[in-house]
Design a protein around this ligand. Sequence first.
Ligand SMILES: NC(=O)C1=CN([C@@H]2O[C@H](COP(=O)(O)OP(=O)(O)OC[C@H]3O[C@@H](n4cnc5c(N)ncnc54)[C@H](OP(=O)(O)O)[C@@H]3O)[C@@H](O)[C@H]2O)C=CC1
Ligand SMILES: O=C(O)[C@@H]1CCC=N1
Length: 273
Amino acid sequence: MQRVAIFGYGNMGAAFAKALHRQFPDARFLVAEIDPGKAEAARQEIGAESLMLDAPLSDRSLSSLGKFQPELLLLAVKPFQFADLASGLRRHAGSSLVISLMAGIDLAALAEGLQTTRVVRFLPNLAAVVGQSVTAVTPHTELAVEDRTTAMTAAEAAGMAVQLPEDLISSLIGLSGSGIAFAFQFLHALALGGTQAGISYPQSLEIAIATVEGAAAALKTSGIHPADYVTRVCSPGGTTIRGVAALEQHGFTAAVMQAVHSAEQRSRELERE
Ligand SMILES: NC(=O)C1=CN([C@@H]2O[C@H](COP(=O)(O)OP(=O)(O)OC[C@H]3O[C@@H](n4cnc5c(N)ncnc54)[C@H](OP(=O)(O)O)[C@@H]3O)[C@@H](O)[C@H]2O)C=CC1
Ligand SMILES: O=C(O)[C@@H]1CCC=N1
């Protein structure tokens, strides 16, 4: 990989830019931004050349993209910003492989907007910022094998990659893209519980994080079912079963399942809008 262009150097654009910079240290990067501060951050963090965009996008501001001739074009702007970008990009993206991080813009809309089928959807989560994203990868059906390989390599640069059919992307958003926020909420709630029980919030949070890390490591390495582990922690008439009963009295399992379902439904709604 020699030349990578990235549109949007926000949370996700910056995370993937840094991951790709680690994966392809000799590649040149061009970062397109409308915020001069973020363009400067890209210059400092990955040595990127910057393409300052005016709004609305002018042909002049995009022509340097044509000159750069990116092999890979990563779209990391908010979904509602895609329509403005698409017509300009169509003329200047050349024959790049396009990776879109935008939730809610399906492959058909990408192919139509950019007039190319060399498109792949990525659905990452926020842990991309520490190289531990779970990223769903959905290539266009017409995408060549070598482009599919490049896409998987790019996704793996930021953590774990899973190929999924497009109709499961919304499910993945519920489970992981949005699901990571549910995990943060659980950790915060656990730490609040620790605080109520007399341990300071910062120390409670540190303990809560380590507890969840330990639980994840135990599940990952042993292959034991989570319900099996729950029963191992519950001694008869003991403390854990009292807590588990309280969780279920307050609808914990149903609430988490409903959160995944609600996020999935919202994603499907956004794809129709
Ligand atoms: N955050 C998450 O957890 C996840 C996000 N995504 C997807 O990733 C994408 C990016 O999200 P996120 O990084 O959180 O968003 P951010 O708002 O952090 O980043 C988007 C960046 O793009 C800039 N920008 C806006 N318009 C343009 C343009 N025309 N050309 C170039 N840059 C532009 C924005 O500038 P300014 O701020 O000035 O508008 C901003 O810096 C979204 O489409 C989202 O759906 C997917 C999965 C998870
Ligand atoms: O909530 C959102 O819009 C994005 C999509 C996946 C995660 N966050």
